[in-house]
Design a protein around this ligand. Sequence first.
Ligand code: ATP
Length: 650
Amino acid sequence: AIFVKQAPTEDKASWKEGEAVPYSALAEAFTKIEATTKRLEKLEATTKLFVKVIQLTPQDLLPCVYLCINRLCPDYEGLELGIGEGLLVKSIAQSTGRDVARIKKDLEAKGDLGLVAIGSKQKQPTMFKSAALTIRGVFKNLKEIAAMTGNKSQERKIGVIKKLLASSNAEEPKYIIRSLEGKLRIGLAEKTVLVALAQSVVLAGKKGKELASESLTQELEKGVEIVKAVFSELPTYDLVVPTLLRAGVQGLRKECNLTPGVPLKPMLAKPTKAIGEVLDRFEGKPFVCEYKYDGERAQVHYYKSGTGDKAKSTIQVFSRNSENMSVKYPDIVEQLPRCIKEGTESFVLDAECTAWQKADPEKGLPARLLPFQELSRRKRKDIKVEDIKVKVKLFAFDILYLNGKPLLHLDLASRRALLQKSFEPVQDEFDFAISKDLTSSEDIQSFLDESVKEGCEGLMVKMLEGNDATYEPSRRSMNWLKLKKDYLAGTGDSLDLVVIGAYYGKGKRTNWYGAFLLACYDADSESYQAVCKLGTGFSEEALEAHHKTLSALEITTKKGYYDVGEAKPDVYFEAKIVWEVLAADLSLSPVYSAAKGLVDHRGISLRFPRYVRIRDDKDPEDSTAPDQIAEMYRKQAVTHHGGGKGDEDD
Ligand code: ATP
């Protein structure tokens, strides 16, 4: 259902055409959005705000959209919010003249720094009224804060936050603080903002009778479809918003496509627990099995710009999270031109980057894949090619763009043919993912065994032909299945979970945390849901290292958006660290809150969880989602009836 009605507004915030949009207009919309749980009402409030901004001050639409999704720029530019509790507490204290200790006490009582900021302001005597905040001003300040590094950056950040708080009124301090924390928590999903954006662009140009016309609903639906499709290919508001304002929805479709230099969210796979499940899914349709390499996803972009003397070619490597990794992998940038065949002018490759050991003829050792741990030893930044110890090899498995044309709508068989035509293997540097088109479960089983023997995690199995074989950006698709050998007997897949708390160690482990509280992330409610207590799988060195990282992230009290059920850890952390975890199986739990209500009124927990590794290529918000956990639970219930007894937290 789509919002059409344009009721007269009863908003308090108003401004004149061309003037900067006051921040109070946004805070007012946020308050309405926060007050309802109905998605349609959230959509309506967002759309109304956007329509008004487009009609009066269109140049403020971009910062307005960014503030609604609480981001500062496209992911690949790497500027992020997520200011730690300590700094925010200090800023609130200094700007309101209250003690840090008092603020912390309030925080323990209220559990939300945003509310603490409002409360603190109310206690503050008003000396003089400063100029009202504007959307563009707040957005600029947030960007400045996120970009501050180095010497005295803490003080400088506090300085800007203090100014923002001093000029804020009513509900504004709450949203400013929550924006800075990186969790707005008004239940406004990015999907909804995108729909509101599409609708508001259509609606802003309509008057009187046009708003009541019957064809409007269709026009809105079409607009939403186009904006969503374009955004999945070109996920940057910096290009999409100005184009929408200038050329409308139809113009957007014509002008904006997948563009090298702007990474798209990769297609993801569904886990499977058995080869039989794979065969059931593909029902006799052609599919391909590929080695599932154990490295890091690499989306490689290549394009040329300028002409004559100014002509230059650019190579960029993006991570699973659209982070620019070109500085981490200068060797890929250096190696890549050698595998590009003549006639290949621009492209976007989907590939896995793995640690690689060259052959050693003297010792008679063949070249081989190295485990993921070797890759994770590489430093993240400032690497010179000559200092690199761990070599990497790229295994390409898909091509999304070639010579000026997006290929997402072609099927995998056609994309694969183009991939193989446009590149050539280079020893120790580049190859195509090893693949076989198989049909029998015996053949799949032996290919799976072979992949594991070669150092892979298992297989990826993909639909080859027809409409189900297109590339689906950001989708976890049934058309790509993962078959991980190690996990077939357990949950079918490992889980990536966020460390939100810890328990002090006993015996040998008294110096460090002895166990941890892990959570999954629920994007709809913007909350972390506790899923298990984890204390096994760690070496002593790992425990020491984790203690070092995590103790710096300790916070005063549980965040309002941590839903921990009955779990009672000794300390809580900022949600920053993601770990990969294996489990024997999943069970319904009266203690933990993960996926509560999805299969049962109880939550779901992991039985015999075991630490595998740090996942620093995943943000906390990319950790395993409650519906994935529910799906894993349901699948296992089908395989072996029920999920064991509920477990307890001590
Ligand atoms: P997910 O991406 O499903 O959340 P994840 O990041 O933990 O999970 P896996 O579950 O291990 O990753 O599986 C998907 C990943 O496998 C891809 O993101 C990619 O990095 C890697 N991969 C390795 N080989 C291939 C291949 N042949 N085709 C697609 N992906 C591959």
